[in-house]
Design a protein around this ligand. Structure first.
Ligand code: KG4
Ligand code: ZN
Length: 342
């Protein structure tokens, strides 16, 4: 008998619901919140309200698109954390009520583990390709930058992480400095395609081991532009594409340097990328290039599974369902990671 898992994601500014039949995707609906663009970042209070508004229509749509009825669901999986508390409370409360009303298990999921487990979502086709254990995953989002050693579905160790800003934050802050709206990552990616990545050089961090740092890069970008603007107030406008390509190159090279070091140190030759920044075309290109050069086998997520989505929550929920790892109704969200982010 196949299992039908409903996944619910509400940790930041995307309200999402998805349904899987075992590992196979049936639906993945995402409602983005546009209200934040004008504020240059996510406003927590507005995010909670938008989740409250979106959650039932998004669940209804996911059920409709999946072609199954709510009475066929085997379990409800939800993001417990990390994320914004007010946002998480909306998904958690809905998941509890829905599971209770349907009398089916409730499953809590760690958002960062889910980003990684998105690699196990299938289409039910012969060419479905998933990583085998152990593999390394570079998890890069707006809040996290981690190199994770994945030994099993829920046995993960962070072997490198950022000591300050996340990679997504570096993209977003650089974009903000250039006067671009939030989130700036996708815009830098788009503008960078037209630009020369060798035009401007920014100092790269020199951090020991497998850890990252992005705050120095942001500062050097800010000071560089401040100086240029003194003599040419149109400097940013004239050089938007080259600036985007150059700052993107600095971020991606930094990410790749430590990742290659991790491959060498662990002798693990399967490498995945996950999280919002894994949508970045230059990062995807760099990973595929290393694969072509024979360094490792690469796993690049489909675009719909890079930024926040509920399909990744549902797949994590599925593997917990198989081991009977269910949550208690007294479960509450957490804002910081507790399972792999200790
Ligand atoms: O995983 P995600 O949706 O949310 C978090 O859990 O943080 O990641 C969002 C981050 C944002 O910083 C956004 O700018 C970045 O991912 N991002 C990108 C791209 N698409 C999303 N950064 C660079 N290039 C992209 N194409
Ligand atoms: Zn995320």
């Amino acid at each position: 008998m196949p299992k039908y898992i409903l996944g619910i994601e509400s940790s930041c500014d995307d309200t999402s619901a998805a349904i899987l039949e075992d590992t196979r995707i049936l639906s993945n609906v995402i409602a983005n919140q546009q209200v934040h663009a004008a504020f240059g970042g996510v406003v927590p209070e507005l995010a909670s309200r938008a989740h409250q508004q979106n959650i039932i229509p998004v669940i209804q749509d996911a059920l409709l698109k999946s072609g199954i009825s709510k009475n066929e669901l085997s379990a409800v999986a939800f993001t417990r954390g990390p994320g914004l508390l007010g946002s998480l409370l909306v998904g958690t409360s809905f998941a509890k009520s829905f599971a209770w009303a349907l009398n089916i298990p409730l499953i809590e999921v760690d958002h960062m583990q889910a980003h990684i487990l998105a690699h196990f979502i299938t289409k039910g086709k012969a060419d479905d390709r998933v990583p085998s254990f152990p593999f390394l995953c570079l998890t890069v989002s707006g809040g996290h930058t981690q190199i994770v050693r994945v030994d099993d579905y829920f046995s993960m160790t962070i072997i490198g992480k950022t000591i300050d800003d996340a990679a997504g934050e570096a993209f977003d802050k650089a974009a903000k400095i250039m006067g671009l709206p939030y989130p700036g990552g996708p815009l830098i990616d788009k503008l960078g395609k037209e630009g020369d990545s060798g035009k401007f050089a920014f100092s790269k961090p020199n951090i020991p081991g497998l850890d990252y740092s992005f705050s120095g890069l942001k500062t050097s970008f800010l000071y560089f532009l401040r100086d240029k603007l003194k003599t040419d107030s149109d400097f940013i406008e004239k050089n938007k594409a080259d600036l985007s390509a150059s700052i993107q190159k600095a971020i991606i090279e930094t990410l790749m340097d430590k990742l290659m070091k991790a491959v060498k140190q662990t002798d693990i030759f399967q490498v995945a990328i996950a999280g919002g920044v894994s949508a970045n075309s230059a990062l995807r290109g760099a990973i595929l290039q290393r694969e072509k050069e024979g360094y490792f086998e690469a796993f690049i997520p489909e675009f719909q599974y890079t930024t926040d989505n509920a399909a990744m929550i549902a797949i994590a929920g599925y593997y917990k369902y198989l081991t009977g790892s269910f949550a208690d109704y007294s479960v509450v969200p957490y804002s910081r990671g507790i399972s792999i982010n200790l």
